[in-house]
Design a protein around this ligand. Structure first.
Ligand code: NAX
Length: 326
């Protein structure tokens, strides 16, 4: 049997945590031969609820679950971890301005970034799920000067998976027939779901749907899917968010299939004209535990305008938390 890997999950007593932990412990993330240690971080008032989650994890008698640490101490939670899911975040309260939300979350993700810097493995893979995910990831990354900035990523995979599923439904195919979707930019309503390079059963996606459906139905539906789930369910996406988080980490760790790509929010490096300083959704391939941006894609005017709009929003978010960035 392999040595256990250590996986931190923050906000572990929340609804995404409840959907995520059991799947990680069941082997959905790293496979059926990889034991895991779970390091669960919560705020002090949620420790009792977390205790209940730990009891349930134990009651599953998962063969792969080696050890559980449950704590409200970030240094302890991130000690020697190989992976960190940063899920816990400050929810938007009524009357809260976006700027207040951003700085409230800065107060969480700055210290957590520092604790990761001081305690985690040097090649730790960090995925920020808690919203506003891209800018929270930027704050955490800037608080971790000793780590490679590429260790810090934000989740746009749920948007990616939603786009695949909606395109499959429209074209009467299965989501496994859909390849090379891209989510550019921010995990927000400005994200740009790009189908210009997408194929459906080997044929260009945009030859299978009309332009009006793409621009007036598909793009807004993917952008607004989170709100539609809240309306229908009375609560925000949880199981699908957890599933996307597992997809993100699994592909990063184990690699993407030959000839395919996934979307990840990663530090911009100037590719496609997006200058460094923001965490931006890009198409990437993963191999040997590292990701690389897919280069050389043609970007037409339609795409350029939308890629720039979502970049603009990220620069504004960055501006709003400038005093928190190292
Ligand atoms: P919940 O409110 O159910 O759970 C959040 C948990 O985080 C709570 O148990 C809370 O006690 C804990 N927490 C708060 N501050 C913490 C801190 N400083 N350290 C550790 N734990 C802390 O929210 P849930 O539905 O699980 O959603 C979690 C986050 O994911 C939210 O910010 C949400 O907006 C975001 N989402 C992001 C998505 C994405 O695609 N990137 C999609 C789903 C989801 O909306």
């Amino acid at each position: 049997m392999k040595q256990p890997v250590k996986i931190a999950v923050t906000g572990a007593a929340g609804q995404i945590g409840y959907a995520l932990l059991f799947r990680i412990a069941a082997g959905d993330m790293l496979g059926p031969d990889q034991p895991v240690d779970l390091h669960l971080l919560e705020i002090t008032p949620a420790l009792d609820a977390l205790k209940g989650v730990v009891m349930e994890l134990n009651d599953c008698a998962f063969p792969l679950l080696n050890n559980i640490v449950a704590t409200d101490n970030a240094d302890e939670a991130f000690k020697d971890v190989d992976f960190a899911y940063l899920v816990g975040a400050m929810p938007r309260k009524q009357g809260m301005e976006r700027k207040d939300l951003l700085s409230a979350n800065g107060g969480i993700f700055g210290p957590q970034g520092k604790a990761i810097n001081d305690n985690a493995k040097r090649d730790v893979k960090v995925l920020v799920v808690g919203n506003p995910a891209n800018t929270n990831a930027l704050i955490a990354q800037s608080a971790a000067p000793d780590l490679d900035p590429k260790c810090f990523t934000a989740m746009v995979r749920l948007d990616h998976n939603r786009a695949m599923s909606q395109l499959a439904e429209k074209t009467g195919t299965h989501n496994t027939d859909v390849k090379k979707v891209i989510i550019w930019g921010n995990h927000s309503a400005t994200q740009y779901p790009d189908l210009h390079h997408t194929t459906v059963a080997g044929a260009p996606a945009l030859s299978k749907v009309d332009q009006a459906w793409y621009s007036d139905t598909f793009i807004p539906d993917v952008q607004q899917r989170g709100a539609a789930i809240i309306k229908a369910r009375g609560a925000s996406s949880a199981a699908s968010a957890a599933s996307a988080a597992i997809d993100h980490m699994r592909d990063w760790a184990l690699g993407t299939p030959e000839g395919e790509w996934v979307s990840m929010g990663i530090p911009a490096d100037g590719s496609y004209g997006i200058e460094p300083g923001v965490i931006y959704g890009y198409p990437v391939t993963c191999k040997d535990g590292k990701y690389e941006i897919v280069q050389g894609l043609d970007i037409n005017e339609f795409s350029r305008a939308r890629m720039d709009a979502t970049e603009k929003e990220l620069r504004e978010e960055r501006e709003a938390v400038a005093d928190l960035l190292g």
